[in-house]
Write a protein that binds this ligand. Structure first.
Ligand SMILES: Cc1ncc(COP(=O)(O)O)c(C=O)c1O
Length: 377
């Protein structure tokens, strides 16, 4: 069976994990965590990056740092992973879902203003498939209405919008290093604190409400409990695994892009014949080949396509069931305006196998079987 995903492994992971163990520093914020934080800061020009235990916990931190009060509203797309929504539910917010654009599957920036009320506090653009949302427009709306912006860049590590790294544009950015992501530490993530007013608060929140970070920098002579906090530090063992991947970030990116481009070139003819739709990458965006998807004509056709691939030893998957139609989505939120694209587009989308190191032979087989499926149509 050709797997849909295989977690990235570049070669030095076990050596670095052994080093972390030998360092006798396997808790959070050890040498590997520091290296990862600094690499992410330098590479992406971010003010402050801190590894977290997951992309979800980076979002939790961001939602709590936004200072949401019960009853406040947060604007987000319904076509996203549950974590984007959970974090703001945790902070006490009411969710307001906005329709997506059919070309990128990202929040439709032209429909955000209509969703703003006097309770709105935050806009959460989700950079689906590592392709940026229309950030200039979103940032301008946020500025005009005095709102904060949390970028869910879980899938967007190494992608840019107008040359700026995703995750560095809003007040906060959140990355995921889950095993399904381009760079991994098993479970893990990072928060990018772009708004400098929040750096100290973020350190305290991440360190169980203490000012331990200040203490380690020698800025206070003892550390104490100063505010509400939680534990969002990953073990240095996990950071060691990630460090091996960051050292090879360009190699991983190039490898994924080569597979993405191959799929895209091979499927152009099917798209020209209007049998499928291919992803759109807006001119301002450089993407990271996080996923390759195609859109079919209908839910029924997608189901038979996925079944056909499975019968031929290929695992292809779909996601997401729109949050506003899920039980928790109905409980915690409402859809603003009309759902024109969220449900209909999500039902047609299918993701093909794409991971670092997928063999040419496997990619050829996916292309061949996909072409065969449509030849029979
Ligand atoms: C858009 C989006 N947001 C949030 C997350 C949560 O990240 P994690 O699995 O690291 O908690 C994911 C990935 O799983 C995601 O794809």
């Amino acid at each position: 069976m050709i797997s849909f995903n295989v977690p990235p492994f570049v070669g030095n992971e076990l050596q670095y994990i052994r080093e972390a163990v030998n360092n006798k520093k396997i808790c959070g914020d050890g040498p590997f965590t520091r290296k990862c934080n600094e690499w992410l800061q330098d590479r992406f020009g971010a003010n402050r990056v801190m590894l977290t235990t997951s992309g979800s916990s980076a979002l939790d931190m961001a939602a709590l740092l936004c200072g949401i009060k019960p009853g406040d509203e947060v604007i987000l797309p319904s076509y996203t992973f549950s974590s984007t929504a959970n974090s703001f539910v945790l902070a006490g917010a009411k969710l307001v879902f906005v329709d997506i654009r059919p070309d990128t599957m990202n929040i439709d920036e032209s429909k955000i203003e209509a969703a703003i009320t006097d309770k709105t506090r935050v806009i959460v653009p989700v950079h689906y498939a590592g392709v940026a949302c229309e950030m200039d427009t979103i940032m301008a709306i946020a500025k005009k209405h005095g709102l904060m912006v949390v970028e869910d860049a879980a899938q967007g590590v190494m992608s840019t919008y107008k040359g700026k790294a995703l995750g560095t544009i809003g007040d906060f950015g959140c990355y995921s290093f889950h095993e399904t992501k381009n760079y991994s530490m098993g479970e893990g993530g990072a928060i990018l604190v772009n708004n400098l007013d929040y750096v100290e608060k973020a350190e305290i929140l991440r360190e169980k409400g203490t000012n331990r970070s200040k203490f380690f920098r020698g800025q206070v002579d003892k550390y104490t409990w100063v505010d509400f906090g939680d534990s969002y530090l990953p073990s240095d063992i996990n950071a060691a695994y990630l460090w091996a991947q960051l050292e090879k970030a360009d190699e991983i990116n190039d490898n994924r892009l080569a597979t993405w481009n191959k799929y895209n070139n091979c499927f152009r003819e099917l798209a020209n014949r209007k049998l499928i739709e291919q992803p759109t990458i807006p001119q301002e965006c450089v993407h990271n080949a996080h996923m390759y998807y195609i859109k079919l004509k209908s839910l029924e056709e997608r189901t038979s396509f996925i079944d056909f691939l499975r019968e031929n030893g290929i695992n292809a998957v779909f996601h997401y069931v729109p949050l506003h139609s899920a039980p928790a989505g109905r409980k915690f939120g409402r859809f603003s305006g009309e759902d024109i694209f969220t449900t209909s587009e999500s039902e047609r989308l299918v993701r093909l196998p794409l991971y670092y190191g997928i063999s040419e032979e496997d990619v050829n087989k996916v292309v061949m079987k996909t072409t065969e499926f449509f030849a029979e149509q």
